[in-house]
Design a protein around this ligand. Sequence first.
Ligand SMILES: Cc1ncc(COP(=O)(O)O)c(C=O)c1O
Length: 437
Amino acid sequence: MSLSPKSAALFDRARKILPGGVSRNTLLRGAHPLYVDYGKGCKVVDVDGVERIDFANNMASHIHGHAFGPIVDAVSAQLQRGTAFTMATEAEVLFAEHMCSRSPAFDKIRFVNSGTEAVMAGMKAARAFTGRTKIAKVEGSYHGAYDYAEVSQAPTPENWGQLDHPNAVPLAQGTPKAVLTDMVIIPFNDPEKAIAVLNEHAHEIACVLIDPIPHRIGMVPVSPDFVQALRKWTTRNGALLMFDEVITFRSEVGGMQTRLKVTPDLTAMGKMIGGGFPVGALAGSNDVMEVFVNGRLPHSGTFSANPVTMTAGRVAMELFDAEAVTRLNKLGDYARASLTDAIKVADVPACVTGAGSLFRLHLKADAPRNYRDAHPTANEKAALSSLIDLLYDDGIMMIHTAAATLSTPMGTPEIDRLAESMLNALRSIRERLIDPS
Ligand SMILES: Cc1ncc(COP(=O)(O)O)c(C=O)c1O
């Protein structure tokens, strides 16, 4: 990536007082992170004055882009009236009413401050409801930073074990052994193999956790037969089914669960439902959500449901209605088709996955079917990093995995720019892809 003198200078200062110079490792790539000056709509401008189209959207958390007028106005009014209280607010009631109207699976909802917290609350609610301790998750899926959720988030060929019986692999050094024992890891989109693993723990599993379009597994949507098999198995075996829709809730008014016609017992949400502010939410059926009040699961959070987030979230979600969802999903189809064309013209082994307003480019000829397929080789990793740099230099910002998320201020001109830039970048790295030596 080209030199950015002001960002480099800020990073020099940052490294002296922040480990690694940052508070989130996600920002670490290249010589230094870029420092932002401001964002407006689908554009961001860095401290050196360079403008880019933002397809990263703070890791899928801005559905209306940056500094969206209606959110700025509503939040500014709330700021004048206070930001957090040891009192309940109408803002929370209004947002909860809106969210519960979006999916038939949402009888009740609880707000927290991040997707991590939402998934953690869901796992604890499932344990409290069933009286069991084990949680099943898909190999390679990302669900935030709770110890249990981190298990097998990033296994490698050296430690992932058999495909039909994946190992439970810790992410952080020092993860307690008990955490590993209480996690059951299943292969993605393979109902037969997954059910065989689940059957070994039939009377111990509190819940099966699934992200319906898991980014780290290649952003390939979950297959209807896989999700139906999990729904059937959990119902039969007294376990709960939890959807992690922290990213995928944008797929339909009521999230991917409504497209898949599945009713999960619990749904974790976050990111875009906060309208740009820190948020998480756990929604579910009346009987399961009762654990929060019947003494089985004491649960609080100092900033949970603060009126700033509740106001921003309600405005963002009310304006992300059926029409807006459909328009953005169609734009996603256009983006996938445009990138597929670029790949053909560049004549490189690459492919595009994703659904709705989410997509990801892989430097592999065939779309991955699971985490192991999606795992990049050293050559693919290096080439991908160069590709992201080339796009950055050409005014395009993507997530470092070459994933992208759309926002409502975008239209076909932004996608055409992306496709044109991608074509040039793919041509530049072509030799490395077809001849890795
Ligand atoms: C699917 C999924 N679940 C949970 C999380 C955790 O959310 P947060 O970063 O808000 O804690 C993320 C974050 O990227 C996510 O993608």
